[in-house]
Design a protein around this ligand. Sequence first.
Ligand code: AP5
Ligand code: MG
Length: 219
Amino acid sequence: MKNIMFIAPPAAGKGTQAKKVAESYGIPHISSGDVLREMSQEDSELGHSIAEKLATGKFIEDNILYQLIENRLKREDCKNGYILDGFPRNLSQAIEYDKILNSLGYEVGTVILIHINEETLEKRITGRRTCESCHAIYNIHEENNSPKVESICDNCGGKLYQRTDDNVDSFKNRLKAYKESTEPIIQYYREKNVLHEINGEDTVDNVFKQVKTILDNEN
Ligand code: AP5
Ligand code: MG
């Protein structure tokens, strides 16, 4: 299976779709945000500095990401493909990612850009709840997507929490960072002829149908 990467603004549905892809195709889901949120729990200088940046919606330093991604991609379970969500996030990261791929003998694979309106994003941000154990994603404003029991994960019984960056101020910073730093990588992948575009303004299942059509054609 080709490797997969999602590019999309905050709260567009990268994590939601990546989890469905991982489940359907039996490949690991690598979310840079999930790994950083775990690192932010550590009682160390690094942990505290990551926590502070996450809460305000600032990017974490590129070098931390390179180490994190390279170590993760070296693991055995990535050999048959993986889905990357949240990395690369700027042009330097995209260029470094190519070097990492080269060193591992991997290819970038399929890149999927999710198009979505800003008003939708803001609504999704405030309703999101995340499982602190398995990272499952819910939305308390969406009937089809709310947990069965309030604050408890349907999957694993873990506790649901609201991310420190799921507020309007932090969201504005994240969206600005996306436009300034992440959008330029769209052209980078378009020029490589690996970019596919989908519409994120639909139900989770209908968005997944679009993803599946692309992946089934590519593999
Ligand atoms: P990250 O965790 O990647 O956050 P993000 O990019 O802001 O994206 P989100 O996780 O907020 O949204 P999503 O697209 O995954 O949407 P979701 O599926 O949850 O990164 C967090 C932070 O880490 C960054 O701000 C940065 O500080 C740092 N970081 C990470 N990677 C980095 C890097 N490479 N370099 C530097 N720093 C980095 O869905 C959102 C909500 O909508 C949910 O409630 C969901 O249930 C709902 N929903 C999803 N799809 C639908 C649908 N189709 N219909 C209705 N509701 C839906
Ligand atoms: Mg996410």
